[in-house]
Design a protein around this ligand. Structure first.
Ligand code: SF4
Ligand code: SF4
Length: 212
């Protein structure tokens, strides 16, 4: 019958309208600012409409959210190498980056001039980066990860958006905080690889001992 669909649509709109105020009353004075109310109103079971008062309020991003890459470095309380980057300047990320916005200068020993597995310079043009995450997927050393920080607008595009090593570096604890599940899975994988490598080395050594 003509008009029934319109009435149904208006009914849904009216229900959302009423539920908005019912939920507001249920949340009481804690409506704005309280984290638990905010996440409840943004959750899958939320009813009614809820305005996010950005920038005071922000919707939590999922763990797999990705924006600009960052470089993992050791935490400052690391027992052997505080602040040391994980990047070995192998260049794989720069090769796989589709828009070619990563530039790396391999480090070298100042005395011998021989290459060292650390970058002397590492730059990403974040205006060109398309947030695909390939660099993080392909890095064999877990040294580059995708950040959650999306508030990077600035008035100076020429220099402020060329991120150098200092701007890209974040401690491992930061990655563990924003992506706990993945960081833990990666840690276990690294440990398994190290154990397999040690077992292979031990087997090789035992083989040599038998030959001798
Ligand atoms: S792939 Fe990883 S280790 Fe290699 S240069 Fe890129 S960030 Fe560094
Ligand atoms: S996220 Fe994609 S576009 Fe951005 S630097 Fe990494 S590979 Fe390049």
């Amino acid at each position: 019958m003509y008009g029934l669909g319109i009435l149904r649509g208006l009914g849904i709109t009216l229900r959302h309208f009423v539920e908005t105020y019912v939920e507001d009353i249920r949340a009481g004075l804690k409506h704005y600012g309280a984290d638990e109310v905010f996440s409840m109103r943004q959750g899958a079971q939320a009813k009614g409409l809820f305005t996010v008062e950005y920038p005071e309020e922000k919707i939590a991003v999922p763990e797999r959210f990705r924006y600009i890459p960052f470089l993992v470095v050791n935490d400052e309380d690391h027992p052997d190498a505080p602040g040391e980057p994980w990047c070995t300047s192998c260049g794989i990320c720069a090769k796989v980056c589709p828009p070619q916005c990563i530039w790396i200068v391999r480090g070298s020993d100042p005395e011998t001039g021989r290459p060292v597995p650390q970058p002397e310079a590492f730059t990403i043009d974040i205006d060109i980066c398309m947030n695909c995450g390939y660099c993080a997927e392909y890095c064999p050393f877990d040294a580059i990860k995708m950040d959650h920080d999306y508030e990077i607008a600035s008035y100076d595009r020429t220099t402020a958006h060329l991120y150098n090593f200092d701007k890209l570096a974040r401690p491992l604890s930061y990655w563990q905080r924003i992506a706990p599940t993945r960081a833990e899975a990666e840690r276990l994988e690294r440990e398994a690889k190290e154990a397999a490598k040690a077992a292979r080395a031990k087997g090789k050594q035992q083989g040599l001992d038998i030959v001798r």
